[in-house]
Design a protein around this ligand. Structure first.
Ligand code: FAD
Length: 689
């Protein structure tokens, strides 16, 4: 491989023996070590092999951990398995994105190696975007492997963990189907195929409970000895004395090279956001402790397209106060603008952001510093505690699930807040920065159901988002969501406030090198299967309480425009629910305008939970309209649900089964069967979160 600038710098430093480079705190860790999360574009090398066997051989690995990840959790778990496999058992591990390899030679992986799959199930039992090809390949009817073994995967040892949500019909179907397919072809599963449940909120604990027996089984199978786990950094950090944050080659938050050069080009996607102007933004409602935003994002300057029902992803920035808190905790506040290069210390690891960059930029733009923290990470950090007392407390927190829950989870603490409280304010200067890159997940884009119609405004996307803010018992300041408070700040800026500080939070609102000034927000579009029937005369029934109404605003506006264009549209019923008519009723006026165009074809059914003596929810309204619903479904109406996955969507599903059973005089099991078939035929669609 050719030497890049950093290689030369590292080499030069070593050759010259310039001690200055290696003085305390300047270069952490030079030991070889694997993994990291993927960062497409920044340091991917051209001409990479897609051949797993070749990759394992050339890198000397005996354990490859594939992830199918949508929001980063599966990827994070994969990295953690890699790290643990290496430090506890001396496995030579590497993490890999399923998208980056071919699978027809899975059968050529020798049986002294192990392949791990960490697979999230997305939406209606679907693979994550990066796992689609893999999934279709292994579960395919006439899959054929290269070697012609019998059974084909007789040499393959694998481990599997799934991330799912039990509120969905196809709970953990990815890991279940993949496991089944691999076993069908003769592969040997080691340990149980684990299942984590986001619906029950136990994902992290499910993962921790699964992995210990798995390691035991793997130890036996591969004859591994456990050793005392020692921390070995994966990334080396070099301070770049000749560069400042204003040097043109230094990334101060730009997501990739094109953005650094000031010439971002499409395709815009999950690796390359479009810096979109915000055309309009306002609050749909604002009451004491809740507010909801409507924002129009202009994509006309890009080649982005969308269809009604798609999702837009917003790339947030962390609030300055939390960035400061984080940097102070790790003793980095004074050198926040120090330019550093980060180098993976071995070839299969990837630095999850572009460099050279600064501590400030990494923490502000690339790390999920406000999120919940894993117990495992707390246990890892114990070794770097500033004193024995803190170390003991960290070890206890890391080892005791209930204690951790009661001390950390219930207070919504993030990493910096936890450490500060454990050490009573003493900084944690012993923590290698590499450990933070490894242990803090990558800042994730947030998805929003697009609330505009592409027929009406193909180049303007609207977002309907409720600002995430919660009072937490036992904490004097409320908890604030990352993306929605950033959006709120953008809204204030767009409406003329030069330095917005919503709820006292400040943001680098003009972005890296002020390139988001004029009020821009980085976004990309994700296409979804949540779609209106292609025949507009088909009736539609929509259930969308709260911000679940977002895509249905798009649907209704689409139908209004179809009528304006002379088309005939079918019956359109929307069930909307909120607390009070006068408080959080979204788009009241727009529904009236729609009614003027659609006439009796449009009906809005309302449920208010705090407006009268009785709480009314959309599910009850649906039940009250049983006869109409059944009649419409007999006319092949499409049925849509959007919003809260945990309770509402599940209950709506049950109510629909009941309605069909009563109205058609059939047993409930038969009715449930019909609902299932509706889902399979896309006549019942969900967009829930
Ligand atoms: P975050 O910072 O991500 O926090 C979200 C939640 O995570 C918190 O409420 C809390 O429960 C938990 N949490 C975070 N940090 C901690 C911590 N340290 N300790 C404990 N718990 C913590 N939202 C809309 O408003 N409108 C939409 O149209 C919409 N559409 C969506 C469509 C899809 C497909 C998906 C997946 C989601 C959609 N969402 C929508 C939700 C949206 O993506 C965001 O999740 C939401 O806006 C909150 O983002 P945030 O960054 O403000 O909050």
């Amino acid at each position: 491989a050719e030497l890049d600038t950093l290689d030369i710098i590292v080499l030069a430093a070593i050759l010259l023996g310039t001690a200055a480079y290696f003085t305390k705190g300047k270069l952490w860790g030079v030991t070889k070590d694997p993994y990291a999360s993927s960062f497409a574009g920044a340091n991917g090398k051209a001409g990479k092999t897609r051949n797993i066997v070749e990759k394992l051989e050339e890198s000397g690995k005996n354990c490859i951990i594939f992830y199918g990840s949508q929001t980063g959790t599966a990827e994070d778990y994969a990295s953690r398995l890699a790290k643990e496999g290496k430090s506890r058992f001396g496995l030579e591990t590497m993490v890999a994105d399923l998208e980056e390899f071919d699978y027809d030679n899975l059968d050529a992986i020798p049986n002294d190696k192990v392949v791990m799959f960490v697979l999230a199930t997305y939406g209606e039992g679907e693979p994550t975007d990066n796992a689609v090809d893999f999934y279709e390949f292994v579960t395919g009817e006439d899959v054929s492997f290269n070697e012609g073994n019998d059974p084909p995967l007789n040499n393959l040892n694998f481990v599997a963990f799934g991330l799912g949500n039990n509120t969905y019909e196809h709970y953990n179907s990815m890991v279940r189907n993949v496991t089944k397919a691999l076993e069908k072809h003769g592969a040997h599963r080691i340990g149980e195929a684990g299942e984590g449940d986001d619906g029950a909120g136990t994902m992290e604990e499910d993962f921790l409970a699964w992995k210990d027996p798995m390691w035991k089984a793997l130890q036996e199978k591969m004859g591994l000895d456990e050793r005392e786990a020692v921390y070995e950094p994966i990334f080396g950090i070099v301070e770049r004395e000749t560069l400042t944050k204003d040097s043109p080659e230094v990334y101060v938050g730009e997501p990739n090279k094109m953005h650094l050069d000031g010439t971002p080009k499409g395709p815009f996607n999950a690796h390359n956001p479009y810096i979109a102007p915000i055309a309009k933004s306002y609050e749909l409602f604002s009451v004491k402790d809740r507010n909801c935003l409507h924002m129009e994002v202009d994509i006309s300057g890009s080649n982005l397209t969308y269809q009604t029902g798609d999702h837009i992803a917003v790339w947030p920035t962390n609030p300055g106060e939390e960035v400061d808190h984080f940097l102070t905790t790790f003793g980095l506040a004074d050198k926040r603008h120090q330019v550093i290069s980060v180098k993976a210390l071995e070839p299969t690891a990837k630095v999850p952001f572009p460099t050279p960059t600064t501590f400030d930029a990494i923490v502000r733009y690339h790390m999920e510093i406000c999120a919940p923290v894993s117990r495992q990470f707390i246990a890892t950090l114990a070794a770097f505690a500033p004193d024995e007392e803190s170390k003991a407390e960290m070890t206890k927190l890391g080892g005791d699930k209930d204690y951790f829950h009661q001390k950390i989870n219930v207070h919504h603490l993030n990493i910096a807040r936890i450490l500060k409280s454990v050490s009573k304010g003493q900084p944690w200067t012993n923590v290698p920065f590499s450990a933070l890159i490894e242990g803090v997940t990558k800042l994730q884009p947030r998805y929003y159901s697009i609330s505009s119609s592409s027929l009406e405004q193909p180049k303007m996307i609207s977002i309907t988002a409720v600002v995430e803010r919660q009072t937490i018992p036992g904490r004097d300041d409320p908890f604030h969501g990352v993306a929605t408070n950033y959006l709120l700040a953008l809204k204030e800026k767009q409406n003329g406030e030069p330095n917005p500080t919503p709820f006292g939070l400040s943001y680098e609102i003009t972005g890296p090198r002020n390139r988001y000034d004029g009020v821009h927000v980085p976004v990309h579009v994700r296409h979804s299967n949540f779609k209106l029937p292609s025949d507009p005369t088909k009736p539609i029934i929509m259930i969308g309480p709260g911000t679940g109404v977002a895509p249905f605003r798009g649907f209704v506006r689409e139908r209004v425009n179809q009528v304006k264009n002379g088309e005939t549209v079918g019956k359109t019923i929307l069930f909307f629910g909120c607390r009070k008519r006068t408080e959080d009723f979204l788009y009241d006026k727009e529904w009236q305008e729609a009614k003027e165009v659609l006439g009796d074809n449009f009906e809005l059914v309302l449920a208010f939970s705090r407006d009268g003596p009785k709480k009314i929810y959309v599910q009850q309204r649906l039940q009250e309209r049983a006869e109409d619903i059944n009649a419409l479904l007999e006319k092949k109406a499409y049925f849509y649900v959007c919003g809260d996955a945990a309770n509402m969507a599940r209950e709506v599903n049950l109510v629909l089964g009941k309605i069909l059973s009563e109205q058609r005089g059939i047993p409930e099991t038969k009715a449930e069967e019909i609902v299932k078939n509706m889902r399979a035929a896309n006549q019942y669609q969900e967009d829930v979160w």
